[in-house]
Design a binder for this molecule. Structure first.
Ligand SMILES: [Zn+2]
Length: 465
């Protein structure tokens, strides 16, 4: 039985027509978002295998009820990418809402609720994907629904693109779509995706609005050592496991050079304006000067995020030797998760690593995800719309551009010249942020209401006539 043969009971439409005006009307839109999100979470799209087709069929029905047509592409069994386009008058180029339908594994034994129950309680919608990124997808979807229900005249087309396989970093999702259907998206000027943060303090006060304009790029490597196989009872002088361990020891003790990119410099300078500690404020305000001072270097690089933003990083993550304790294998290998800052040359980094290892019997080769880092300008109409929407809420709001240490699907679109921003519309404090890929992932009604309203304010400024 195909998924489309199962009728889905969609939640009630809580506001009917026109753009919400009062706080009560926005709360009704927020409640509608909450019921949609609860249904969406209950479609288990843990990847692998993903089963995104079921999610796509649900999104298709939600859109159809609003009179929005969509196409579902099926690049593989159970896999899907959904594409919808609401037309404007063509005087401006399109804006894309990008969101992935898949989620990462949840281990129910560590959760207070069933991660796929779509549980609504204590003012929160709970479940895997509530933040990453079914919740964000619903804020995007509600924005599109409000534009459509209110019949807002548009000067740009608005494209809604829900994809597979973001969480496995490969496969048949956004990359597949860009490769196979570039004609459907390449006229776009702007794209909104995950990868931003609105950071709130413990009391819920917004510290800054973070827009993701750039991210580090993966440069994953395989390190392997060859030697002579044999019986573990008679050691060989060139045991490849010993050789690999020596190489990895050199890699692990290597401090990669500190580098200050223009975006990181600007971001840290922005953070200095809200830093309360005077010493740290001075470091952040002029990080180039700070990195000439060993005390500042120690303090700044002790912060895992700052450290990852100030250098290329290496995490040794995988190890493979013999399957048997008494067998010396002919080869031993390790996996390195290397992340490069924008404008860093992969070949030059590799040459430097080979010099550090300094052993011709050890080979280092690129493996898996590997592309140059991409960046979108912050000098755009969309960025100015985000600033305007933030300042409408607080005239002193700080809007900044935190670079991501990880990566999203934005790079596929930036490479087509589409200005792509990470814009997550929920103000999250540190505890709430831990739900992403962690336990008890959840989003509050208040944040959903804020998120729908904020996303609508940003996007309507750019797409409405
Ligand atoms: Zn995500």
């Amino acid at each position: 039985m195909g998924p489309s043969s199962q009728p889905v009971l969609l939640p009630p439409q809580l506001f009917r027509e026109g753009v919400p005006k009062s706080e009560e009307e926005w709360q009704a839109a927020g409640r509608e978002a909450a019921t949609l999100l609860s249904q969406y979470i209950a479609i288990n799209t843990t990847n692998p295998p993903g089963n995104e087709l079921k999610a796509a069929e649900w999104v298709k029905q939600v859109l159809a009820r609003e009179g929005i047509e969509s196409q579902v592409f099926e690049p593989g069994p159970g896999k899907a990418n959904l594409y919808a386009r609401v037309r404007g008058d063509g005087s401006g180029r399109p804006l894309i809402f990008l969101n992935h339908m898949d989620v990462v594994l949840a281990s129910p034994e560590y959760w207070k609720v069933d991660p796929f129950g779509g549980v609504v309680k204590d003012g929160y919608v709970w479940g895997r994907g509530a933040l990453d990124m079914k919740g964000e997808a619903i804020a995007q979807l509600m924005t599109l629904i409000i534009l459509k229900r209110a019949q807002v005249p548009l000067r740009r087309d608005v494209i809604f693109l829900a994809t597979s396989d973001e969480e496995i970093g490969a496969g048949v999702g956004a990359g597949w779509f860009v490769e196979n259907h570039p004609d459907l998206i390449q006229d776009a000027e702007f794209l909104i995706n995950e990868g931003g943060t609105i950071r709130a303090d413990a009391r819920g006060r917004i510290e800054y609005y973070g827009v993701g304009t750039t991210e580090k790029s993966p440069f994953w490597l395989n390190v392997s050592a060859r030697g002579t196989a044999g019986h573990g009872s008679r050691p060989t002088p060139d045991n490849p496991v010993h050789r690999l361990v020596r190489a990895l020891n050199r890699i692990a003790s290597w401090q990669t050079p500190l580098v200050v990119t223009p975006t990181v410099e600007r971001y840290l300078h922005d953070l200095s304006t809200i830093e309360t500690d005077a010493t740290r404020r001075a470091w952040l305000a002029d990080v180039r000067a700070a990195l000439r001072d060993s005390t500042a270097i120690r303090a700044l690089t002790a912060d895992l995020t700052y450290n990852a933003l100030l250098r290329n990083t290496i995490s040794i993550t995988g190890l493979k030797g013999s399957d048997k304790t008494n067998v010396i294998p002919p080869v031993a290998s390790a996996a390195l998760d290397v992340r490069l800052l924008p404008a860093q040359e992969p070949a030059a980094f590799l040459a430097e690593l080979v010099r550090v290892v300094n052993d011709s019997a050890v080979t280092i080769t690129p493996q898996g995800p590997n592309w140059p880092a991409t960046e979108s300008s912050a000098d755009t109409e969309l960025f100015r719309a985000i600033v305007a929407a933030a300042r409408a809420r607080d005239p002193d709001a700080l809007v900044t551009t935190p670079p991501l240490t990880g990566f999203t699907d934005s790079h596929y679109f930036r490479r087509l010249g589409i200005v792509s921003y990470g814009l997550s519309p929920f103000p999250l404090n540190q505890v709430e942020s831990r739900g992403v890929h962690g336990n008890d992932e959840r989003v509050s009604f208040d944040d959903l209401t804020f998120g729908v309203h904020f996303m609508y304010d940003v996007v309507s400024r750019v797409v409405a006539r």
